[in-house]
Design a protein. Sequence first.
Length: 167
Amino acid sequence: MMTAVANVNAQDEYTNEIGVTYGFGAISDILSTFTGALSSGDQTGFWGPVGVEYYHFVSPSIGVGGVATLTGCKWGTKNDYKTMYISVMPSLKWSWLRKEHFGLYSKAAAGIMIVSNLPEKDKSKSATYFTGQVSALGMEVGTSVRCFLEAGFGEQGMLVAGLRYKF
């Protein structure tokens, strides 16, 4: 009888989540600012990392998944260069405080970043780098749809916000 009750309770737990993110202060922000300062012109347009993430919870507090981000900037004296940053990173999330409408967590991700420079007159050039994200403190509020805010460092940013759906 106790096994049947435990199985019913286990089905009420969310085991997957998918989210959309937007960040500020990412590694690519810093890299493009540095590149713009060294080039013939300044960085003139930038949009921070937009991302998606997915986690499958293998236990009530440990999620295994991945993060993908896309960001870019324009730079040069006549906006003649565009740089795109695409990152794909396997990730691990640890929910260390879980309440019905509130949670605190930490996460770490590591993977690759593909950097593509797209000058208008030359062939595009690309390179691949190692990248990651460590979010020491994440806070989420809601039920199956949750708003979240994270503080950390990496390709998602120093400050990351978004929405996530738990199912």
